[in-house]
Design a protein. Structure first.
Length: 510
């Protein structure tokens, strides 16, 4: 029986972890805790333990991790798009600090002196390995100098979407296969497809990522090994929703609950909010016209359950390893996703659907619990530093969550701040969400009475004080947008970037 199993007596587990952190090794040295860094892509709060989906969703492994650690029920991304969100998490700095506002930036040539999470652990004697999507998945975002070992995501399962050589130089692009689109819905946007592929389960890209992670854990031998930082980044439920049939079979169309949508919901939005809601709406319109809204929601749920199942294999491998009782486990999603809420289909908004995410921290010596305080994924880096006893970094914009791990109900006077593109931000407190756009447009929602964010209270005199307080958390000075990919020549073989204007070369290899 694993020491981390819920069946293992809780008092006995705390005694063991206390011994571990008190210096239980025969040589008298205090062992450093390992870190298992689990992340998923585009997973909103539709996991069972968060209750975001009004129907039934099958996420037993995320649920069991939530029972072992502290489940943050009011956690939010740093930015509701893949590259800026992940860059913020892994550098500890928000987009308004770095200028990394969208997917079109490479982080390393713009921030050559930054110390990322994997590099920080590597600098402190950890063996650092990873697989899949940790930073953004396109080429250039996982430099070899960040890792001792890394398994690149090469998109073997859907090469027909990987024709841009700048982003996918290691993928073998192919024409659309027979049967495409597998959803049966034509004229949808890039990657917007779903269904099982005619391949074996182990051939899916996330299975390859999971196998790498499981093999790493199985090869561990015990105290003689260096401490590890192991990152496992699953691509699902990111589009396209390609997962084996068995996951679709867990959901029948009759059981699918569509997201609640209110007529006139957009009538009280400012112009900038209307623009974000309209982006990618063509996909939503096409799906509804084809009468496949429930089919698409089913595919998203199937992708969540597939990701959950693969996470379960990793957790099982940890439980069976000699490192089970001395490993910090964190799980996060880079942002959420809209499935029709506010007439939007995709991410890239500042509403709850795009920003609320699963976030769990399970650390030896800390009691399981549930925390409803508003927290940001920017807080992850300083939290890991404190848990592992690493040096803190003054440039970080987040704050360690260790006080909340000790007591999930402790006073917490910080809201979560979410930024999307330059000048646009949301502030999420225990009760309210405030949004201010670059042009001055504002929104305010009271989650106590309006959990779907249907009534904009920004113009309400009764809420002026709330609006003013939350606005005070938004950055006053926003960094200029960092140079985009077009400003550099990237050599993917040498892993170098050359600035086209200055000639400066940034190297991504040691």
């Amino acid at each position: 029986m694993s020491l981390r199993s819920p069946r293992f007596p809780l008092l006995q587990w705390f005694c063991i972890t206390a011994i571990v952190f008190a210096g239980g090794r025969a040589d008298g040295a205090t062992p450093k805790p390992n870190v298992l860094f689990l992340c998923v892509d585009d997973m909103k709060d539709w996991v069972n333990c968060l209750g975001g989906y009004e129907g039934q969703v099958h996420t037993p492994n995320i649920d069991r991790l939530g029972e072992r650690g502290v489940l943050f029920t009011n956690a939010h991304c740093a930015s509701p798009k893949c590259a800026p969100s992940r860059a913020a998490i892994l550098t500890g700095m928000r987009p308004s600090t770095t200028g990394l506002y969208d997917n079109g930036h490479w982080w390393l040539p713009n921030l050559p002196n930054v110390v990322t999470i994997p590099q920080h652990f590597r600098n402190h004697g950890y063996r650092v390995a990873g697989a899949g999507k940790i930073f953004h998945h396109t080429a250039g975002n996982h430099p070899p100098n960040q890792w001792d070992d890394f398994r690149r995501l090469t998109f073997q399962e859907d090469p027909w979407f990987r024709g841009v050589k700048l982003n996918y130089p290691w993928s073998k692009h192919t024409p659309y296969p027979a049967g495409f689109p597998f959803s049966g819905v034509k004229k949808l946007g890039h990657e917007n497809d779903w269904g099982p592929l005619p391949i074996e389960d182990h051939q899916y890209d996330d299975a390859v990522t999971t196998d790498f992670t499981v093999d790493f854990l199985r090869q561990r031998t015990g105290d003689s090994d260096a401490p590890f930082f192991l990152a496992c980044g699953l691509f699902r439920p990111h589009l396209p929703w390609y997962v084996p049939q068995k996951y679709f079979d867990k959901y029948t169309l009759d059981e699918i609950v569509l997201p609640p949508v209110m007529d006139g919901d957009l009538d009280d939005l400012p112009a900038a909010g209307l623009k974000l809601a309209k982006d990618r709406r063509g996909d939503f319109d096409t799906i509804r016209k084809a009468d496949t809204w429930k089919h698409a929601v089913r595919a998203y749920l199937a992708s969540i359950t597939c990701a959950d199942d693969r996470l379960g294999h990793v957790l099982d491998a940890l439980d069976k390893s000699p490192d089970a009782d001395n490993t910090i486990v964190v799980l996060w999603s880079d942002h959420g996703w809209h499935l029709g809420e506010k007439q939007h289909w995709h991410k890239s908004t500042l509403w709850e659907e795009s920003t609320r995410v699963p976030f769990i921290v399970c650390a030896p010596g800390y009691r399981p619990g549930t925390c409803s305080r508003p927290v940001s994924l920017l807080d992850l880096y300083p939290t890991l530093n404190e848990l592992a006893g690493l040096d803190s970094i003054d440039s970080h914009d987040g704050k360690s969550l260790v006080p909340l791990l000790r007591n999930p109900n402790v006073d917490w006077n910080r809201p979560a701040v979410i930024e999307y593109r330059r000048g646009n931000a949301a502030v999420r407190s225990d009760r309210y969400r405030f949004i201010r756009y670059h042009d001055g447009g504002e929104e305010l929602y009271d989650h106590e009475t309006d959990p779907h964010e249907w009534k904009n209270l920004a113009a309400s005199p009764e809420h002026a004080a709330v609006r003013k307080e939350l606005a005070g958390w938004i950055a006053k000075d926003w960094a200029p947008s960092a140079p985009t990919k077009g400003a550099f020549r990237f050599d993917y073989k040498a892993f170098t970037w050359t600035n086209k204007k200055s000639g400066k070369v940034t190297r991504g290899k040691d």
